[in-house]
Design a binder for this molecule. Structure first.
Ligand code: ADP
Ligand code: MG
Length: 303
């Protein structure tokens, strides 16, 4: 069940939210859709799910043009919109029953509700009103409504935004589990989320796709800085002295006595930083080289 996006442009009045966007999500892939606020992520997802039309261009899900409003394609897609809009006055089972009838689940409705409540870990809460749930459980209800008709494609718009660290891990595990048999596209602005879940990374900035790579290739392809080193001294030297260290391209004061060094050099800059410290009677409390920094790639491509 693939998603193919061809030359999609979206105008809101005079504003171009998407500018000739093309990409493909292959069957079974979990794709991370990254971009700063306002980049066009939610707009793209609303177009893929058929909620709003593209101004020009074409989206096909499993070969079907989503712009035709074919109910067949709606049944293949599960969608968790940004901010997870839910009816707070409804009870969980009542709400899921309502969603199940939209998908015309008919006789299998009861079983679909029971199954999805169990899969999304809502059993303990199943008789509660949505408005009485914690944010983590509300997000599970959002996932439950997206999954109840067992869609092949899942579109998740910032599914973990606003959750606490434990809830984030729980929701990520649910997504990973669903990803074993579904094609998933998830938007996020959390790099670690992509690191943790995704096979492929697509980065969008100001309506334009600036990267589309398998996760394992993105570092080598886009890494501009070869080395990032975090250093903690016992006191702060002057920034201008630090920039004089050989092979160092830039230095940033992070906080307290913590500094970040960037270098394009192939040679390890750590011994040079250490030698500088000795020379200047500084003690190095910590010295750490950063590996595989997706955040750096993101900053480079979207700044
Ligand atoms: P993201 O989800 O990446 O934060 P959006 O897709 O929500 O980005 O928004 C992309 C751009 O389109 C933003 O500049 C936003 O202000 C604008 N936009 C989104 N929805 C509308 C709308 N309904 N009317 C006008 N402008 C909109
Ligand atoms: Mg958004």
């Amino acid at each position: 069940m693939s998603i193919i996006i061809q030359n999609v442009t979206k105008l809101y009045g005079a504003q171009k939210a998407l500018n000739n966007v093309s990409f493909e999500v292959k069957t079974g892939e979990i794709v991370g859709f990254l971009g700063p606020n306002g980049a066009g992520k939610s707009t793209m997802m609303k177009i893929i799910t058929g909620f709003i039309p593209a101004t020009t261009g074409l989206v096909r899900v499993n070969g079907i043009n989503v712009g035709t409003n074919d109910p067949e394609v709606k049944r293949k897609i599960g969608y968790l919109p940004e901010n997870n809009p839910l009816y707070s006055e409804m009870y969980i089972r009542e709400y899921l029953g309502f969603v199940a009838s939209i998908y015309k689940l008919g006789k299998s409705k009861r079983k679909a509700i029971d199954d999805i409540i169990s899969v999304t870990g809502l059993t303990s809460e199943q008789n509660k009103k949505i408005g009485d749930l914690s944010k983590g459980f509300r997000q599970r209800v959002g996932l439950a409504q997206a999954l109840i008709h067992n869609p092949d494609v899942l579109i998740l718009d910032e599914a973990t935004t606003g959750l606490d660290p434990n809830q984030i891990i729980e929701i990520r595990n649910l997504i990973k589990e669903a990803g074993k048999e579904k094609t998933i596209m998830l938007s996020t602005h959390i790099m670690q989320e992509v690191e943790a879940i995704c096979d492929r990374v697509i980065i969008i900035d100001k309506g334009i796709i600036v990267a589309n790579e398998e996760k394992k290739n993105i570092y080598s392809k886009f890494k501009r800085t070869l080395q990032i080193v975090h250093v903690e001294f016992d006191r702060n030297p002057s920034e201008s002295d630090l920039t004089k260290i050989a092979n160092v391209n830039s230095v940033r004061h992070l906080k307290d006595n913590l500094w970040l060094f960037e270098s394009d050099s192939e040679d390890d800059i750590r011994p040079l930083i250490f030698a500088f410290a000795v020379q200047n009677k500084l003690t190095v409390l910590a010295l750490q080289k950063e590996e595989n920094n997706l955040e750096e790639v993101f900053r480079h491509l979207t700044s």
